[in-house]
Design a protein around this ligand. Structure first.
Ligand code: PHE
Length: 337
């Protein structure tokens, strides 16, 4: 009975609230830490035991009823606020909605996905490896002994601390792959690589390579050239002349430079520096020491590997004249794709 009167009083106060702050204050008065309900509950231990249950239940019912009334008032206030806003000056329901800015894929990502699709359609898996790499994987296991002069070719960013570097090529993933998968292996590894070089229109400290690795019984140079030719045919949608020149990389034997006839000119342009040939990639047959380092028996298995730079393909595709645009972060460049 007492509670009924308290509830009526609370409901009246709640209905009189004109804003959220006032409503919260009334709520505190009844159901707050030191409110009416709390005091009722606190009195229970002092009561004769036959009254305790009834007082406890009454207090809880009061609490629920107050909260319910407060919720009802809160939605009334919200509805009123919205209605007022709609009537107010600034509201124009005929305005178009705020424009959603949609980003787009970086051109390197677009071509990368295309390359991944093409190799996947030839049965390759796409693998990944760390950008901060151990000397062991970047050089040593790839048959570059500690003082080998070929290390000089890779302008390496060394990390502080022992043996860590930013990978200078994607080839370390050859070893990681051989360690983790038994032949037959058919994989590509696209990824960022880093070189401490002077920057200009064709050199950037960070660029993208795609490594390829195939290891199985009876793999030979014919498989290597055939694979690269079919890949290029799909990518450029026509047959391109190619040529192999001897090339030196410690982790392949024999090693080659793989060139393609310039797809953009008949006899000399800027892209090919008037030589009509464009260097496409380094490649070769996986060196027996590399197979051994990866735990694969070179008496039984052989393989080929290649590594090409993706950035140049992207530049050729879109007519981009400076590699520094890729990492430049200039929206005027990026918004064109
Ligand atoms: N990793 C070599 C480079 O970056 C390219 C390469 C890859 C050569 C695989 C042979 C085999 O120069």
């Amino acid at each position: 009975m007492e509670n009924d009167a308290t509830l009526t009083e609370a409901q009246t106060k709640i209905r009189a609230c004109d804003d959220l702050a006032a409503l919260r204050a009334v709520e505190r008065e009844y159901v707050g830490k030191d409110g009416v309900v709390a005091r009722l509950l606190a009195s229970i231990p002092t009561l004769p035991s036959e009254q305790r249950r009834e007082v406890g239940q009454g207090a809880n019912q009061l609490k629920q009823a107050v909260l319910e009334a407060a919720r009802a008032r809160e939605s009334e206030l919200a509805a009123a606020a919205l209605a007022a806003e709609r009537k107010g000056a600034g509201f124009d329901p005929t305005l178009p909605p705020a424009r959603v800015e949609r980003g787009s894929l970086h051109p390197v990502t677009t071509v990368m996905r295309e390359v991944e699709d093409l190799f996947q359609s030839m049965g390759y898996t796409v693998l990944d490896g760390p950008e901060v790499e151990l000397d062991y994987y970047n050089f040593e296991a790839l048959n570059f002994p500690p003082d080998h002069p070929a290390r000089e070719e890779y302008d390496t960013f060394w990390c502080e601390g022992k043996d860590l570097l930013l990978r200078t090529h994607t080839s370390p993933v050859q070893i990681r792959t051989l360690e983790q998968h038994a032949p037959p292996i058919r994989a590509i590894v696209p990824g960022r690589v880093f070189r401490h070089e002077e920057q200009d229109a064709t050199h950037e400290h960070t660029f993208t390579q795609v490594e390829g690795l195939v290891v199985d019984e009876g793999v030979n140079v014919g498989h290597l050239t055939g694979t690269l030719k079919s890949f290029l045919r799909e990518l450029f949608q026509r047959d391109l002349d190619v040529r192999l020149r001897p090339g030196y990389f410690p982790f392949v034997e024999p090693g080659f430079e793989f060139d393609i006839r310039c797809p953009f000119c008949e006899g000399g342009c800027r892209v090919c520096s008037k030589t009509t040939w464009v260097e496409f990639c380094g490649c070769g047959m996986v060196h027996p020491n590399v197979l051994r380092a990866g735990g694969v028996d070179p008496e039984r298995y052989s393989g080929f590997a290649f590594g090409f730079g993706l950035d140049r393909l992207v530049m050729l595709r879109y007519g981009i004249d400076d590699i520094r645009h890729f990492m430049g972060g200039d929206l005027r460049f990026l918004e064109q794709f």
